[in-house]
Design a protein around this ligand. Structure first.
Ligand code: HPA
Length: 415
């Protein structure tokens, strides 16, 4: 990427922008590996003129090439400078939807997106009379995310981790090889909830290569289930065969009080949706995945054994997922107890469904941050969730470190 940035910066410094005063540089890498750069060229018919993308594309085509594999835009100013509508279409003539477009400021890379994100429905001559594609035809950016992560870090993780509210401190135990803000990864969501960091950390935990997503998305954020699939499928694409999730949850059993760790043994999905709704991609998993052993018996056995050795109580429980973001009413909690739930929370289940569909083995742990609605006199709040999760996170980190040490002893360290 540095070569592209240098070429775009050099072109930008030669831009002819006397009317807008806004200089833009673009560099394109073609299929042959050559780099073509361009700058905006204005004239007195401004705002007509040549965008930097158009200039760079013209240079590439004049050199006899027709395929762009990577693009970079650099401009000054506070806001991200994205290719204009016309240039998105120009790029789409010579690239597919997974093209990575790096958006840079004068301070360097700010965000990478795919062309598909910028231009969900490119106009193609052959497609002009076809029906509007369905949601399942939308470009799936996880291969682009995997490609970009692998270009920036050669560690091949075996285990993925997704950390819940206030439980990000597990990441401190990782010997970090690379830390990538979500904002730099194509399609990655910007978590909007306090307590969710928004970083992918690649490194080693007790010697084991891991990919840790510090920050998850919740359905109540209104972003749909797409980002859940993106995160899980990216972990799988990076090489993870196992996924460990943590969350903060309310307890429906008064004897399992705040601060307790609970091993999730099964779940009840009351979200009213699934990340698998829509067309199925059989290359990822089956249309109707089995959920009989969603929480891997072998990982659960190992976690129980580690907890016992550490003298850490680890009751098992059934986690019930609600959409949120409002906490439950006492009547709902009584109903959930009758349904067989021990824990209640607003996350984890979509990730588990997506992961099982994609063939990952899953384990999940809850940190109990409160007794569920109606079981304790105090009102519930997110601040309380965060502070109780942080207070209990030491035990969680010890337990997972113990698990990873065990897996490392069994030879899982090869990446
Ligand atoms: N309900 C739902 N989600 C939660 C709770 C709760 O009581 N505690 C932490 N996350």
């Amino acid at each position: 990427m540095n070569e592209l940035l240098a070429a775009a910066q050099a072109a930008r410094s030669r831009a002819h922008a006397p009317y807008s005063g806004f200089q833009v540089g673009v560099a394109l890498r073609s299929a042959s590996g050559a780099i073509y750069a361009g700058a905006n060229v204005e004239n007195a018919s401004y705002p007509e003129g040549n965008c930097a993308e158009a200039s760079a594309i013209a240079a590439m085509v004049a050199a006899g090439e027709q395929r762009i594999v990577e693009a970079l835009v650099v401009a000054g100013g506070e806001r991200l400078c994205t290719p204009c509508g016309g240039c998105r279409q120009r790029l789409a003539e010579f690239a597919d939807a997974s093209l990575l477009v790096h958006l840079c400021g004068l301070d360097g890379l700010r965000r990478t997106v795919t062309l598909g994100e910028l231009l969900p429905l490119a106009f193609e001559l052959t497609a002009s009379s076809e029906a509007v594609p369905s949601a399942g035809d939308a470009p799936s950016p996880w291969p682009a995310a995997v490609a970009q992560i692998q270009a920036r870090c050669d560690l091949r993780p075996r285990v993925g981790l997704i950390l819940g509210s206030g439980l990000g401190s597990l990441a401190d135990a990782i010997a970090v090889a690379q830390s990538l803000p979500y904002a730099e990864l194509p399609g990655f969501p910007a978590p909007s909830v306090e307590g969710h960091g928004g970083r992918l950390i690649l490194g080693r935990l007790a010697g084991l290569p891991v990919a840790c997503l510090q920050g998850r998305v919740h359905l109540y954020e209104g972003v749909g289930t797409g980002p859940v699939n993106l995160l899980v499928r990216t972990l799988r694409g990076l090489g993870c065969s196992h996924l460990i999730l943590t969350n903060a949850a309310g307890s429906l059993r008064p004897e399992i009080d705040p601060g307790s760790l609970v091993l999730i043994e099964d779940h009840i999905n009351l979200l009213g949706t699934s990340p698998l709704i829509g067309p199925n991609d059989p290359a990822i998993g089956p249309r109707f995945p089995d959920m009989g052993e969603a929480y891997d018996p072998e990982l659960r056995r190992r976690l129980r054994a580690v907890a016992e050795r550490q003298g850490q109580p680890l009751p098992g429980g059934v986690y019930l997922a609600t959409l949120g973001p409002a906490f439950e009413t006492p009547a709902e909690i009584r109903a959930f107890r009758a349904l067989g739930a021990d824990l209640v929370g607003m996350s984890t289940v979509p990730e588990v469904i997506s992961a099982r569909h994609a063939g990952l083995r899953v384990a999940a742990l809850s940190v109990v941050t409160n007794l569920a609605a109606g079981l304790a006199p105090e009102p519930l709040s997110h601040a309380q969730t965060l502070s109780a999760a942080e207070a209990a996170s030491g035990a969680l980190v010890r337990l997972l470190q113990g698990l990873f040490e065990e897996l490392a002893k069994d030879g899982w360290t090869d990446d």
